[in-house]
Design a protein around this ligand. Structure first.
Ligand SMILES: Cc1ncc(COP(=O)(O)O)c(C=O)c1O
Length: 462
């Protein structure tokens, strides 16, 4: 551990925060008696708070974002140089980093061809929905407009993105939602919905077909799926699932949108999560790790076939994609993303993710053999989850308070920041989540595991 990082007095900052900042996903009553946590500085996998306390960050900025770690001067320099040259122009024109990043990105995504820039994962998904809707109008008289989403998946916070989310608790009190978003069942084998679980992956995919037939295939234009469900509990797909999903999409002419907001940019050991499963998407959305949080950027990437539908008839005044995102024209995003990609390549962080991911999963399996509260261990690359249960036989989930107690104990005792499914599903906020930066070394993982081990012992003992 390094010495406490900054002995400066941040009292005024804490008070300004307490008085004026509305924190995300936070009930603020507690800040009347305890100080909000202010993160002052970061380096590598570590951040320091206002008291100078050093934290090991096992969740890449809280929400699986800072893939290349903190304090990357080369990204800061690339952004600074670009801002001085040209900070912004609306996305109806091109810019140097916008063009060059699109080219580099497409090299990593065989079969894909066009990059549409915006600022957040939610927005990238909304663009994909608008593309589905416009194709429905142009090709199918507006009928084939429904978009399927999956129980347990999350696609963002704006109203349409939330409408397309399977986090039922997150959606409460924010309706009514826009029409045309239809849920399909999840594919979490540990919590199989069917009595017969043989060929679970095929059954879970067939359940999508059932929904399509119920709704009418001529009304369904798209389906959005996470390659590995993130905030829904780190759900890796069961065997056979993706092949069958793709067959179904082809059969009913349904556009397949893959949400890579979390899995994208190396998190699971390949550039994109879908590349583990032989998936050929029609659209791919991404955000968080694209520039590791050094600048806001998101992308909606399409095939040339999808793109071509928007230029086929220049005589039709409504035929092109009539969408704009003001800050999609900020050059800081693609400038940061280009250097982020250089770092991933130059430091072989994909290779590190594969190796360290295997090590992490092995260690988590080790915890499972020690703690009966762990019902299931899941993950791929540096993206793992532990599902906590009261009883391994009944699989009854622990209360959310217990999951949060483990998170809180790691933080309080060891200054290790881990994550958890967070007020997302009634009764199932019981999965601890881990997504350290892709630079993680064995020592970092050992430190995370030791902290979780101690916290589980303490919490299980009551
Ligand atoms: C899979 C997935 N998609 C989309 C989003 C939304 O991204 P944003 O918060 O940037 O709007 C998230 C955010 O956590 C996510 O996990």
């Amino acid at each position: 551990m390094n010495a406490p990082h900054n002995p400066n007095d941040y009292t005024a900052v804490v008070e300004a925060d307490r008085a004026n900042v509305w924190h995300h996903l936070s009930q603020h009553k507690k800040y009347e008696t305890v100080d909000p946590l202010i993160i002052i500085e970061g380096k590598g996998m570590r951040v320091w708070n206002q008291a100078g306390r050093e934290h090991l960050d096992a969740v890449s900025g809280g929400v699986w974002t800072v893939n290349v770690g903190y304090g990357r001067e080369s990204i800061a320099n690339a952004v600074r140089d670009q801002l001085i040259k040209l900070n912004y122009f609306a996305g109806s024109m091109g810019t140097i980093p916008g063009a060059l990043f699109a080219e580099r990105l497409i090299e990593k995504m065989p079969g894909m061809s066009r990059v549409y820039y915006s600022n957040s994962g939610s927005e990238a998904n909304e663009k994909a929905y608008k593309i589905v809707r416009q194709i429905a109008h142009n090709k199918y008289g507006g009928k084939k407009h429904k978009i399927l989403f999956r129980d347990r998946d999350y696609h963002g916070t704006t109203i349409a993105a939330l409408a397309s989310g399977g986090h039922t608790q997150r959606k409460e009190q924010y309706g009514p939602f826009p029409e045309g978003f239809v849920e399909v069942p999840h594919c979490l084998e540990y919590r199989a919905q069917f009595e017969n679980t043989e060929d679970y992956g095929i059954r879970a995919a067939n359940a999508i077909e059932d929904v399509i037939l119920r709704e009418g295939a001529d009304t369904v234009g798209g389906i959005i799926l996470e390659p590995i469900t993130a905030g829904g509990g780190v759900i890796t797909p069961p065997k056979g699932y993706w092949d069958r999903v793709q067959e179904i999409c082809k059969k009913y002419d349904i556009l397949l949108i893959i949400d890579e907001v979390v899995c994208g940019m190396g998190r699971t050991g390949t550039w994109f999560g879908y590349q583990h499963y032989g998936i050929k998407p029609d659209m791919v959305t991404m955000a968080k790790g694209v520039a590791s949080g050094y600048a806001a950027i998101s992308c909606t990437v399409t095939t040339e076939e999808v793109f071509n539908m928007f230029k086929a008839d220049p005589t039709d005044p409504l035929s092109y994609f009539r969408d704009i995102s003001t800050f999609g024209g900020c050059t800081a995003g693609p400038a940061a993303a280009l250097e982020n990609m250089n770092i991933l390549e130059n430091e072989d962080l994909l290779g590190n993710t594969v190796k360290m991911g295997e090590y992490f999963l092995e260690k988590l399996d080790g915890l499972k053999s020690k703690h009966t509260i762990i019902g299931d261990v899941r993950g791929k690359g540096l993206f793992c989850g532990l599902e906590l249960v009261k009883d391994r036989d009944t699989k009854e989930p622990v209360e959310e308070a217990m999951t949060q107690a483990v998170v809180g104990t790691c933080m309080a005792n060891d200054a290790v920041i881990i994550g958890a499914t967070n007020r997302s599903f009634h009764g199932f906020n019981n999965t601890l989540t881990f997504s350290p930066a892709l630079i993680a070394k064995k020592d970092d993982i050992d430190e995370i595991i030791a902290s979780v081990d101690a916290a589980l012992t303490k919490v299980a003992a009551g």
